[in-house]
Ligand binder design. Structure first.
Ligand SMILES: *[C@@H]1O[C@H](CO)[C@@H](O)[C@H](O)[C@H]1NC(C)=O
Ligand SMILES: *[C@@H]1O[C@H](CO)[C@@H](O)[C@H](O)[C@H]1NC(C)=O
Ligand SMILES: [Cu+2]
Length: 411
């Protein structure tokens, strides 16, 4: 059954602060149809939020969070392929600039954090066990990407917004042909060098769960083309999923210095299976509460699903791409997590009063998969990015992309 999502989305937004709209029960399984529905939904969300900066719901919520967001300081985050070549080059140069500046993290705390770019990686490593499969997952990563985008702008002269990776598009084009990964001067570098004979990936087997078996990709070695071919990865690995169910870790510790090349293992099959247009649309439309939204997004280990979040990470592959601790060490991480945030943003906009506001906006505890057991996360909890930057900010001030310290939309 085809459902008119545009109508539902607009209805939801118009009555946002009053009524919660039940999402339609089905989404198109045909990828082309799903992509069209997704783009229609995304466009209506953009129009609604920017119309006077906020429809009825978002405007009220913005006031409540006390932000200073206006159309004039609004950052419009776009899909990488829609940027012009000069815009792509400006972004790439700003990332390289961050990678050329000295770290703010004291070397006693993280000897491997050499650059400002590494400050972000070190913060992520340091907090990994309390920011994934937790109640703060989305708010934490939203603020993290925002502060990274801000650092590119204030420390490296970038004037644009954080671009995002549209997995639904790369599921159709193939990763290596996409403007993100084609290896050209305006890409974020291409695949790793082909390593033949790699066994399958086997994820989660170590936890005593049925492992998720994934096929090898078309790379595996060092990235050989594009702007980041000479990039040095300084931190990790900490828990790197390698072919054959092997997990790699630097014996010197998670924050030690371990300079090495950037590796990728582009795997279209993973992109297509877990992050196609239908997967994205399902994640926006189907979950009726934050708990089911999180579960669909991240997948449950042992369930055979990894969600669009896992799909993007594992489709990119390589080192540090497949390391839950160190993954921000690949510059594509920030495009991937902007895309994750965009899914959250669209899901939130279907019912702003319950999803951008109050305790129902989040679900989960304070420890990864509640190990060790911990209390539920609260919207009063702080997100603290340490030496990456920003100031400790409550989750409740990170629920609206145009409120609190935030001021951006997706297009
Ligand atoms: C790691 O987290 C602890 C506790 O919050 C903090 O004191 C320390 O500075 C952090 N280290 C790094 C490298 O960010
Ligand atoms: C597309 O994604 C959905 C949901 O994640 C999945 O069930 C389906 O198998 C995927 N399609 C393909 C062709 O892999
Ligand atoms: Cu993360």
């Amino acid at each position: 059954m085809r459902v008119n999502l545009t109508f539902l989305a607009l209805a939801a937004l118009k009555t946002a602060s009053v009524v919660a709209i039940d999402p339609p029960a089905e989404v198109p399984t045909d990828p082309a149809e799903a992509l069209l529905e997704l783009e229609t939904l995304a466009e209506s969300a953009y129009l609604e939020v920017t119309a006077g900066l906020g429809g009825p719901g978002t405007k009220k919520l913005r006031k409540r969070t006390g932000g200073t967001c206006t159309l004039s300081n609004l950052r419009i985050r776009r899909e990488w392929g829609s940027l012009t070549s000069p815009q792509k080059t400006a972004y790439i140069n700003a990332v390289k600039c961050l990678q050329s500046k000295t770290a703010l993290t004291p070397s006693e705390l993280a000897p491997g954090a050499k650059t400002r770019f590494d400050d972000f990686v070190a913060t992520h490593i340091n907090q990994t066990l309390t920011i994934h499969y937790t109640g703060n997952f989305h708010a934490w990563h939203r603020y993290y990407v925002w502060i990274y985008e801000t650092a590119l702008r204030t420390e490296c002269g970038y004037t644009g917004a954080q671009p995002y990776w549209d997995w639904a598009k790369t599921a159709v084009t193939g990763l290596a042909n996409s403007p993100i990964f084609d290896g050209s001067a305006t890409s974020l570098s291409g695949d790793g060098e082909f390593v033949p004979g790699k066994p399958n990936l086997e994820l989660g087997g170590g936890l005593g769960l049925p492992p998720l078996i994934l096929p090898p990709g078309t790379g595996g070695g060092c990235v050989t083309s594009g702007p980041f071919q000479d990039m040095v990865v300084n931190l990790g690995p900490v828990s790197l999923d390698l072919p054959g169910g092997v997990v790699g870790a630097n014996p010197d510790g998670p924050l030690a210095w371990n300079p090495r090349c950037l590796k990728r293992d582009l795997t279209d099959a993973i992109n297509q299976r877990f992050a196609n247009a239908t997967s994205v649309l399902r994640n926006i439309v189907l979950p009726s509460n934050a708990a089911t939204f999180n579960t669909m997004m991240e997948g449950v280990p042992g369930s055979g699903e990894m969600g669009v979040h896992g799909g993007g990470h594992y489709a990119m592959g390589g080192d540090p791409g497949r390391d839950v601790f160190v993954s921000p060490g690949d510059p594509v991480f920030y495009l991937h997590h902007a895309a994750v945030d965009r899914v959250w943003w669209l899901w939130q906009l279907l019912s702003p009063s319950t999803r951008m506001n109050g305790p129902t906006a989040i679900a989960g505890t304070r420890t990864m998969m509640n190990m060790p057991p911990s209390d539920p996360a609260s919207i009063e909890d702080y997100v603290d990015l340490g030496f990456a930057g920003g100031v400790p900010t409550k989750i409740k001030d990170l629920l609206v992309s145009t409120g609190g310290p935030l001021c951006y939309v997706y297009l």
